[in-house]
Design a protein around this ligand. Structure first.
Ligand code: IMP
Length: 183
């Protein structure tokens, strides 16, 4: 079975993303202005491009760490358990933490991750997601900062993949299927 053919339509340009990150970083700088050092935690793998641009726009002292959790996949809708595949290198007790995610979709991933990290007693814990699909929410979760609210579309680019492709596009694009998979 081959993959369904598709094209990618640009949804959010690289320029618009850069401008939005600049504006968000002013707010994050203000929120953490008194921090010794902010631990910026990227959720692998989709946030790797976003976190790279975000930390370069922040004026704060930062440390960068990564967390990888299992995604449940389409066929496992019943089990929303999120397992840690790669944990943080550093402890976060009494520290300031910013969790960076690519997309909030159903909300399960970030609500599990924030519960887990809160149990480690950070001083402050905030979340930022580049994209938010509020119409897909299954649990009540709101990130502290959002780049862009988008409709229920499958998107790729700027770190976000479809079957491990398209992460290297500099913009966010919408996947539009143009045919059926060949068997
Ligand atoms: P949630 O737990 O449903 O909020 O899932 C968030 C994760 O689902 C994101 O980190 C992405 O990995 C994945 N995801 C959700 N929507 C998309 C999309 O449109 N394109 C690619 N991945 C997506």
């Amino acid at each position: 079975m081959t993959q369904r053919p598709y094209v990618i339509d640009e949804m959010i340009s690289a320029k618009a993303i850069a401008a939005r990150i600049e504006a968000l970083c002013v707010k994050i700088d203000a929120e953490f202005s008194d921090t010794d050092k902010l631990v910026v935690v990227g959720l692998l793998r989709g946030s790797f491009v976003f976190i790279a641009d975000l930390v370069r726009e922040l004026d704060l002292p930062v440390e960068v760490d990564f967390l990888e959790v299992s995604s449940y996949g389409n066929e496992m809708q019943s089990s929303r358990e999120v397992r840690v595949l790669k944990d943080l290198r550093s402890g976060i007790e009494r520290r300031d933490v910013l969790v960076v995610e690519d997309i909030v979709d159903t909300g399960h991933t970030l609500s599990h991750v924030t519960a887990l990290l809160r149990s480690r007693k950070p001083a402050r814990l905030r979340t930022i997601a580049l994209l938010d699909k509020p119409s897909r929410r299954e649990v009540d979760f709101r990130a502290d900062w959002i780049g862009f609210e988008i409709p229920d579309e499958f998107v790729v680019g700027y770190g976000i993949d479809y079957a491990q492709r398209n992460r290297n596009l500099p913009y966010i694009g919408k996947v539009r299927f143009t045919g059926e998979a060949e068997s």
